[in-house]
Design a protein. Structure first.
Length: 347
């Protein structure tokens, strides 16, 4: 077992499954102690990066991701919408910035964008960027050329999740291959953008398969800059409705192992946070989570309302991480602001 504690521990991309399993199998206190030590070596544990996610095009997706209420083949009550106008997106981004978000993520329920969509999304990116926000998009699979165009428009991050371990993947998605996801991530890296890439737990996978997800993420050519760890939100009408709930401590373990394996990445609590108690979220922060989505909704599922988030930050002595740009420090504390309008997401 490698020594995980010093700040000087080099980033590794050669994790074996047995090593990852051994981390998962540590006693809970030992695992959390190690993860908190590594977190503190690389970050201020009192700081949490705050992102806001806006669904710029909801529903009607041709893919079959078994957890997703936006897949048109499942009857979940999600109405399909057209791509929002740049003006409408800009208005939401202004509200997010005023509420304290440092990063604004735009999500579209596409298998992949059509080439004719790229100039429209590029215009959104340019406008959001001009507010001094970091920009992120999640639009499905990208070609190399599309990635280059989004980068040229000023896109900082591209989200594309692996979702789960390679060996469990076909239980969840059949309309695209695991390799397709790796290819898109490669195009994003080659274009010079940062990657946001994680997965979903609680989909019926085993601990071995959770280890497989984290092993694959950490063994990518570069650790994702952001690693969203989603807890399945069970939506009636999707194939995963009724799945046995994951033990909350196992969720915390997953966060802690992600922190140990990808010590310099932002580990994000994403979908599923609404159903977590304050105590569970606090354990996640202790285990090394240092990023959240902030706002009332994540794409089409709920997210803790901002009042509750503000209260939790205050009770735990946490503060939002600030983004420093050439123009100075962007943004304010998340205190004193009204709740964002409902309309944010996380796939
Ligand atoms: S997760 Fe994304 S690609 Fe899969 S069905 Fe939902 S919107 Fe489509």
């Amino acid at each position: 077992m490698p020594n995980m504690s010093p700040e000087s521990t080099p980033l590794r991309h050669d994790w074996s499954r047995a090593e990852v399993r051994a981390l998962f199998d540590l006693s809970f206190p030992e695992l959390l102690h190690r993860a908190a030590s590594v977190h503190k070596a690389h970050f201020d544990p009192a700081e949490v990066q705050v992102s806001t996610l806006l669904s710029v095009k909801t529903g009607g997706c041709p893919e079959d991701c078994a957890y997703c209420p936006q897949a048109q083949r499942y009857h979940t009550g999600v109405d399909a919408t057209k791509l929002m106008s740049t003006e409408a997106v800009l208005e939401k981004a202004k509200q997010a910035k005023a509420a304290g978000a440092s990063r604004f993520c735009m999500g579209a329920a596409w298998r992949s964008p059509k080439d004719r969509d790229i100039p429209k999304v590029a215009a959104m990116i340019r406008e959001v960027k001009s507010l001094g926000l970091e920009t992120c998009a999640t639009l499905g699979m990208l070609s190399g050329e599309q990635a280059q165009k989004l980068k040229a428009a000023g896109l900082d991050y591209y989200n594309h999740n692996l979702d789960t371990a390679p060996e469990f993947y076909n239980e969840i998605i059949r309309t695209r291959e695991f390799q397709d996801r790796l290819d898109t991530l490669e195009h994003v890296r080659d274009a010079g953008m940062k990657t946001c890439c994680g997965g979903i737990v609680g989909m019926g996978e085993s601990r071995e398969q959770r280890a497989g997800l984290l092993q694959t993420l950490a063994n990518l050519p570069a650790h994702p800059d952001s690693v969203p760890i989603n807890r399945l939100v069970q939506v009636e009408g999707t194939p995963l409705a009724g799945t046995t709930e994951l033990d909350p401590f196992e969720f915390v373990r997953t966060i802690a192992v992600a922190r140990l394996m990808m010590p310099k990445s932002m580990v994000r609590l994403s979908a599923g946070r609404e159903s977590m108690s304050d105590e569970l979220q606090a354990l996640c922060f202790l285990a090394g989570a240092n990023s959240i989505f902030y706002g009332e909704k994540l794409l089409t599922t709920g997210n803790p309302d901002t009042e509750r988030d503000l209260a939790l930050f205050a009770r735990l002595g946490l503060r939002p991480m600030q983004v420093v740009e050439t123009a100075g420090t962007v943004h304010a504390s998340i205190e004193d602001h009204e709740a964002l309008p409902a309309h944010t997401c996380a796939a």
